[in-house]
Design a protein around this ligand. Sequence first.
Ligand code: LRH
Ligand code: MN
Ligand code: MN
Length: 430
Amino acid sequence: MTEQLIATDLVHEHNAEREGNLRRDYDHLGEQLSRRGIDISAILARVEKFGVAIPSWGVGTGGTRFARYPGPGEPRDVFDKIEDCSVIQQLTRATPTVSLHIPWDKADPKRLKQAASRFGLAFDAINSNTFSDAKDQKLSYKFGSLSHADAAVRGQAVEHNIECIEIGREVGSKALTVWIGDGSNFPGQVNFTRAFERYLAAMREIYDALPDDWRLLTEHKMYEPAFYSTVVQDWGTNYLIAQELGEKAFCLVDLGHHAPNVNIEMIVARLIQFKKLGGFHFNDSKYGDDDLDAGSIDPYRLFLVFNELVDAELSGAAGFDPAHMLDQSHNVTDPIESLMLSAAELQRAYASALLVDRAALESSQEENDALMATQTLKAAFRTDVEPILAMARLSKGGAIDPVGAYRKAGYRVKVAAERPAVASMGGGIV
Ligand code: LRH
Ligand code: MN
Ligand code: MN
């Protein structure tokens, strides 16, 4: 029996008050969709299977370069983080896994595994961290890690990644995500080619330590913390890395890591076509790596990304199996609430993309009917799929209204009494 931290009676009661209306809304939507030749239960079945990993660092309050305003009842350690993740999963039933970050979440792997299985959770990709110096670390990453000019620093960064693989192995992860902050702040500070050569050589060592059934996910980011040049700056460089390393290496797309007007959905399509799309860090942004809640600024773009994913899924694209992870920083909201809603935003984008009339879209494309093609996408995007999402939650034992149930349960108040405020924790300024 998996444990639930929110009283199940409370969730049932909360649902009971809403179930009648939900069923009416669901039936009405089902009738509308059937007129369009869509079977609502087939969409529901796919949404029920959809899952996204919660980043362990996301359940703590984030911060900016300027300040961090801690929230009440913040997790004190990885075990509190796992408890918070379990609440998100209990109410949404869309977040069965947790993505750990080492060394922020370093603990006895056996205890980590036990803590997760207590709630029926598992671990997704494990993230290494060579973009900040850990306590008692011998050599500093101030001037880079895997691309550092000094072989000893590179060696230390490689060792750290290998340690992450070891921890990941013990807790049941099947992927390592590597994001580095390496780059430069001034023209001339580093030699672009030599830095990338050093990075590739170091990554080869990590790749060689990867178990056969694992994937290595590399994450590109245009800028920050380096403000002039970044070693893994865009999807082109990321693709080169995956190609150079081999068949277990894939690109990870963090939505916030691009310039504001970049066509991310097209990057996604290219990576799918060349079998190198490894996964996502979902979030939203207005200006840069804002780490805002998924779908909060530009839900249409999120839909367009999912449109590419659904196209690949339905056409059976070879080797297509991207990892879904959130990567958000919550400065002004309760992280649990933000993460629950973000998981639902992904399901919404997914369900809407499943509604696209692909035959009509293709024939509009063949006939160069730009207007009808784009209206075909809009028709799917405009359809309110909320009853499908709520029904998926209900049928899997979650909450029809996760934020409402969460607030009613008073979880935050309860943990605030148990968890004294901490000055800082992993995941503050990312
Ligand atoms: C870097 C990043 C990367 C890190 C996370 C904490 O900006 O997106 O994924 O691991 O933030
Ligand atoms: Mn990220
Ligand atoms: Mn980021």
